[in-house]
Design a protein around this ligand. Structure first.
Ligand code: NAD
Length: 528
């Protein structure tokens, strides 16, 4: 699926068509005869986005705004309201008031109805969301039709179905203890005011995954998006205003400073819970800053997921070839970015990868090719960061077999890059690069593969490919990660809880567990 690396025109790792099927070959020859077009309409897509605070769409205090830059061209494609501390303070106050003083937290029928209407508004505005994903996020068409827009929109109805399964009250029967017999009841209640802090890589997907369950659970929300992608949040504020949520139930506060508004949410005692998706380093900082108020934290953090390919993997060559890290230019937290190949077929895998990367060299970067899944990285800062890792990989002695350069011209493009003969001690194997970079290394046997895969501060996802079903399950269970795909199986879905072990996070998004993040459990007892 989307988050897994796969550069075959929009298909997914567990897709049905093969790497070299007819469609691909036709597509490839078309691209070779016709170089990628970089012509993009750079009209401002959102010239003056607003904050949404206490039920009102309005500019930031002082009418300050900031440029929104297209990663495809480096040009300004929108302007977003640049909230001040005063604006964030108003948003937190509104969310607190809406939670404490309205029936939002207790009236499940009303909020289900309104959030459902909000979902319909999102679906009705699919074209605008797609335009923002394209221009602001730098999403290629194949990414828009999957995780960037159509994926999260497709998750909405199943989310409502999950919500309907929540057991709000569970009779626990009578029990004797401490000298008396009591009749007991477990009650689920909303957690309170949620500060939702989101990253730029898949903004609609992450925002739907936080805001919809939080609102359905009965929480009120202050959404603070990443400064690189404020418009995707701003449009949600605009649609929420149309839906007519009670004032303060949902607030959208965009800003240009990465930390200022987020730290206000983290430190403010009026906020009960922080739902954060982003880097592990910022996650750590949030933990420190939240300590004085002992705030509940739900953290979805970085990854450096390992894919283990045994010599007996079904369709060995295809499995290896499809490991190219290119989907959304490698900006996915759960992507397989460390490829571990059994030593007896390691050289063969390197040959396959060299050919696959050479074949892919002309197949990315076209904003108009519906099958293309790889565009630019989000910003010049991110491009330089990725290039810094590539230089470090070369300096530390890894062998570069593909890519390694910035694409000349406008926009923030890094070539699909592959390092082989990597040691797991190298920086490029230990740190999250968040760009189109795959590192490949050999392993000796099952124990060695598991040892290398688990030798990481991260534990977000992973995959295993082998023709031995027992070994597949054994290895999947031994990996210290929140999800594992076997032979192309997809462990990410709306009803599957997603989250990391170790420093990849605390808590789960999606599934019933994703709702539980926004709920408290209360035990009530009365004399039997
Ligand atoms: P980031 O950590 O730099 O920023 C994430 C958000 O935190 C942004 O809104 C940012 O403005 C805000 N922020 C920055 N400093 C803050 C502070 N001190 N206090 C509060 N908020 C602060 O991450 P990014 O660069 O936007 O996104 C990329 C990262 O997100 C990668 O590490 C990726 O793995 C991770 N990610 C994880 C998941 C997941 O589900 N585990 C999903 C997507 C992305």
């Amino acid at each position: 699926m989307y988050l897994y690396s796969n550069c075959k025109g929009g298909a997914q790792e567990n897709g049905t068509d093969g790497w070299q099927d007819d469609r691909d070959n036709r597509h490839l020859s078309r691209l070779r005869s016709q170089p990628p077009s970089l012509e993009l309409d750079t009209t401002m897509i959102f010239p003056d986005s607003k904050l949404y605070i206490d039920g009102v769409l309005r500019p930031a205090t002082g009418d300050i705004s900031f440029d929104n830059i297209s990663p495809w061209t480096g040009e300004t494609v929108g302007r977003a309201a640049d909230a001040t501390a005063e604006d964030m303070d108003a948003a937190i106050a509104a969310a607190r008031r809406a939670f404490d003083e309205t029936d939002w937290s207790t009236n499940r029928a009303i909020r289900r109805d309104l959030v459902h209407t909000f979902g319909l508004a999102l679906k009705a505005n699919r074209h605008r969301l797609a335009e923002i994903a394209r221009h602001e996020v730098g999403a290629a068409p194949g990414a828009i039709s999957s995780i960037q827009v159509d994926g999260p929109l497709g998750f909405l109805d199943p989310l409502f179905a999950l919500f309907d399964k929540i057991e709000w009250e569970t009779p626990m029967g009578d029990a004797s203890g401490f000298g008396m017999t009591s009749r007991r009841l477990l009650v689920k209640e909303p957690a309170g005011v949620v500060g939702a802090i989101t990253p730029w890589n898949v903004p609609l997907y992450i925002t739907v995954g936080k805001v919809v369950p939080a609102l359905l659970a009965g929480c009120t929300v202050v959404l603070k998006p990443a400064p690189d992608t404020p418009l995707m949040a701003a449009i949600l504020g605009e649609l929420a205003a149309e839906v007519g949520f009670p004032p303060g139930v949902l607030n959208v506060v965009t800003g240009s400073e990465p930390a200022l508004l987020g730290e206000m949410l983290v430190t403010d005692p009026r906020v009960d819970l922080i739902s954060f998706t982003g880097s592990t380093s910022v996650g750590r900082r949030i933990m420190e800053k939240a300590a004085p108020t002992l705030k509940r934290l739900f953290l979805e953090l970085g990854g450096k997921s390992a894919g283990i390919v045994f010599a007996d993997a079904p369709d060995f060559a295809q499995a290896v070839a499809r490991s190219i890290v290119c989907f959304h230019a490698g900006q996915g937290c759960a992507m397989i970015t460390r490829l571990l190949v059994e030593r007896s077929r390691y050289d063969e895998a390197v040959t396959v990868l060299s050919a696959a990367y050479a074949g892919y060299a002309t197949r990315w970067g076209d904003p108009d090719d519906l099958a293309n899944v790889m565009g630019p990285v989000i910003s010049s800062r991110q491009r330089d960061r990725v290039m810094g890792y590539i230089e470090q990989g070369i300096a530390e002695g890894a062998r570069l077999i593909a890519g390694g350069k910035v694409r000349p011209g406008s926009g923030f493009f890094v070539e699909p890059t592959c390092f082989v003969d990597v040691s797991n001690a190298m920086t490029i194997a230990r740190e999250e690069i968040f760009g189109p970079v795959l590192v490949v290394m050999p392993f000796d046997d099952e124990d060695d593969a598991v040892r290398i895969a688990n030798d990481s501060q991260f534990g977000l996802s992973g995959s295993v490919r082998t023709g031995d079903p027992e070994r597949a399950m054994r290895v999947a269970r031994r990996l210290r990660t929140g999800s594992v795909g076997i032979n192309g199986g997809m462990p990410i879905a709306v009803d599957l809880p997603f989250g990391g072990y170790k420093q990849s996070g605390i808590g789960k998004e999606w599934g019933i567990e994703g709702f539980e993040e926004y709920l408290e459990t209360k035990s009530i007892a009365l004399p039997a």
